[in-house]
Ligand binder design. Structure first.
Ligand code: PMP
Length: 456
């Protein structure tokens, strides 16, 4: 029996993996997704590769009329960032990069990413899942949500939640059910209560959205125990986990990395309840706009059909560039590079927290993030004893939107990360860009703003 170890050291017997049948997803697809028809042209693209077949199919422009003859770029070596390597996209690779391509993505890049998922999440190709590439993970998350929810459906969202998904759910007229989180991730006990007390006769939520590593905005990383509990609840209450994990490679905690939901579900009786989103934005480039979704065929097909009717595909050229780079690095080079990136953010976190300790002790409270690029802290806007008793009372919005800006520092009030927009004393501060020389100044300005608010 073929067995591999997952990231948790558990032995996974791949021959024994059972996957949920395609028909299972019928109940999870939105009316919109069910009504979409495959693109008449794009669905025949793969046939064009049949040897001997003459294609009069697609309205592809003739590449001989394109002005680009080769594309050369320099990239840092992952081993020694001082060293640069020159890479060239030319010949067939360039021809593919300049032409329309398959909706799900460039085959070479898809194959490379499959290998990456196998290494990092223990998921083997051919075991009922695949990948689609998108123009950033945002593109894919939106398409996934649109493929799964109908107006009026309830969806579970961790709270506070990535502000970029609130308008998605809102515009699709979903009922967003907030699930509380803390420094250990989703409070699975609250989630259980919500689900067990779900009103009879009302359809249960089909999806749960979560950011398990270095959450945006809270910085929290979900513990193994919480992940397992959430996965168990997904099975018991029949929902799909949308695992949005752009900070997976920005983990710098002391404990060994926890397995992703995508990896952990291999220990479930049946796999297929996790739709995972990765992003290259934080590790290669945000402007290059490449993200990828990994999960069951039925859901990815629905995403692809959306793509085929909207932007047709992710830019072939950026995929060709990214493939050239990743292929030259290999998986080991990628590992070394991403470890360097995470060490960079760990150092930034340390500098930032030192200044917070120095200037905000007694004025704010926080947990130390172990991944990502955010501090999420609670302002103590008064010293009255009930400030602690009502842990989440208070409103950071006025302090952050007016006083802090007047003092010369910009951050985000926590209210923007709450689907119902209620007041909260929390603030999100991003430490990804700030230079070391400005950290003290920024935190002192925040302190001055809080002190002003306390006097007022
Ligand atoms: N999800 C989360 C949690 C994010 O923080 C971001 C970027 N801010 C995205 C998705 C979108 O990333 P991408 O650039 O891959 O579209």
């Amino acid at each position: 029996m073929a067995a591999t170890s997952d990231t948790n050291g558990t032995s996974i017997h791949h021959d024994a993996i059972k996957r949920l049948p395609d028909a299972f997803y019928d109940d999870f697809l939105s009316d919109l997704a069910k009504e979409r028809k495959p693109s008449a042209i794009r669905s025949l693209f793969p046939l064009e590769k049949t040897p001997g077949l003459i294609s009069l199919l697609a309205g592809k422009p003739n590449a001989s009329t394109f002005p680009f003859t080769s594309l050369t770029f320099n990239a840092r070596s992952p081993i020694n960032p001082e060293e640069e390597t020159t890479l060239t996209v030319s010949g067939d690779d360039l021809a593919q990069g300049l032409q329309y391509g398959d909706t799900a993505g460039l085959k070479a890049l898809l194959d490379w990413l499959h290998g990456l998922q196998e290494r990092n999440h223990g998921r083997k190709s051919g075991e009922g899942w695949r990948i689609s590439i998108g123009s950033g993970s945002q593109d894919l998350i939106y398409k996934a949500v649109a493929a799964m929810v109908n107006p009026g459906d309830s969806v579970l969202v961790e709270s506070p939640v990535y502000a970029g998904v609130i308008p998605m759910f809102h515009s699709l007229h979903c009922n967003q059910i907030e699930v509380n989180t803390d420094s250990q991730g989703i409070q699975s006990a609250s989630l259980r209560t919500i689900l067990e007390q779900w009103p009879e006769g009302t359809p249960k939520p089909k999806v749960l959205y979560t950011v398990p590593y270095g959450c945006n905005p809270t910085g929290m990383t979900a513990t193994l125990e919480r992940r397992k509990e959430v996965l168990k609840l997904a099975r018991e209450h029949n929902f799909i986990i949308l695992e949005d994990d752009p900070y997976f490679y920005l983990y710098y905690g002391k404990a060994p990395r926890y397995p992703s939901y995508f990896a952990l579900e291999l220990e479930e009786p049946e796999v297929g309840r996790v739709l995972r989103f990765d992003s290259l934005s934080k590790i290669l480039s945000a402007g290059i706009r490449i993200g990828f979704a990994s999960g069951p065929e039925a859901l990815l097909k629905a995403i692809d059909q959306h793509t085929a009717t909207s932007n047709l595909q992710t830019s072939s050229l950026t995929q060709a560039i990214v493939f050239k780079l990743l292929d030259s690095w290999g998986y080991e080079g990628f590992r070394i590079h991403t470890e360097r990136v995470s060490a960079f953010y760990a150092a930034k976190r340390d500098v930032f927290e030192r200044a917070m300790n120095k200037y905000l002790t007694g004025l704010a409270e926080w947990s130390t993030p172990e991944a990502g690029m955010f501090f999420w802290f609670k302002l103590r806007l008064n010293d009255t004893p009930d400030a602690d008793a009502h842990a989440d009372s208070g409103d950071s919005a006025a302090v952050i939107r007016t006083k802090a800006v007047e003092k010369g520092v910009l951050a985000l009030p926590g209210t923007v990360f709450l689907p119902n927009g209620r007041a909260t004393p929390y603030v999100r501060a991003s430490f990804s860009l700030i230079g070391e020389e400005d950290v003290d100044k920024a935190i002192q300005r925040l302190r001055d703003a809080i002190l002003d608010a306390r006097v007022a």
